[in-house]
Design a binder for this molecule. Sequence first.
Ligand code: PEP
Ligand code: MN
Length: 337
Amino acid sequence: MIIILKKDAQAESIRRLEDALKAKGISANHIEGEHQNIIGLVGDTSVIDVENVLAQDCVESVRRVQEPYKKANRKFHPDDTAVPVRNRTIGDGSLQVIAGPCSVESEEQIITTAIACKEAGATMIRGGAFKPRTSPYSFQGLEGEGIKLLVKARAETGLPIVTEIMSIADLDLFADVDVIQVGARNMQNFKLLKALGECDKPILLKRGLANTLEELLMSAEYIMAGGNMNVILCERGIRTFETMTRNTLDISAVPLLKQKSHLPICVDPSHATGIVSLIEPMSLAAVACGADALEIEVHNDPKSALSDGGQQLTPAKFAEVMKKVRSLAEYFGRTVG
Ligand code: PEP
Ligand code: MN
């Protein structure tokens, strides 16, 4: 980080700033230029509050030369992180496919769908038990009962289960869940992220509807700062001016996040597009871009779904998508599973 000093900066104000930086373990190197004086900072500058530095009388501007995220940063952790999930791993070069309904609706629905997803080649089962719905009058999920049904689906298929948490108050109900999902709407629920940083479960962290990649990485940093390194980033589309798709899939996020971070990346083409016919091409694009996992909504009877009916694949369509996904993964020397 570089601090650019005002022309008329008072020595006393500079000294106070340098002392404050030193107290944080940062070494401050004062450089006097012909036209400008600057302070070059060396050390863990992620602990510095830029706004606070800018508020000092002597400071004109501040320039970061390093990203504010450390634990999620590939610069400090060059090797890919592989996240173990029961009998699977996300981020070891394999391709994992998380499939299942938007919401868990009944025992029959989740078991039938989970078995069909497994037969088509899914490697993990998803299903929402706590649903973040835009309307309070829409189906809110089966909550704890839904998690119990997912556990049954795991017993039936042997596949790990992924489900979304909306409140720390419910954390105990997730004891038997394999991957805890943080939904787009909670990406910056910092209290929730902190609590998840202290738990020992892998976290699937979805990008917020209007969040930058740096903000996504900072949210991952919250979880990692608490000691939980098993974070999987998920690109699920962002809000743009386009209205023909539910969101806009930022496919460039996949290779860019791979460059910036060592964490595995998942792509959710279902929420990104909201359109059944786009799930296959976007899944293939994600695999071509190097995504470590896909999360695809599949329902045994999408027409009767209690949420997101319009974007969920039938098991038959999912099986078709999986055929192409598998052959593309194999083309890149990767196995599904
Ligand atoms: C979901 O996966 O069920 C979901 C609600 O997704 P998102 O948080 O990405 O909207
Ligand atoms: Mn959904």
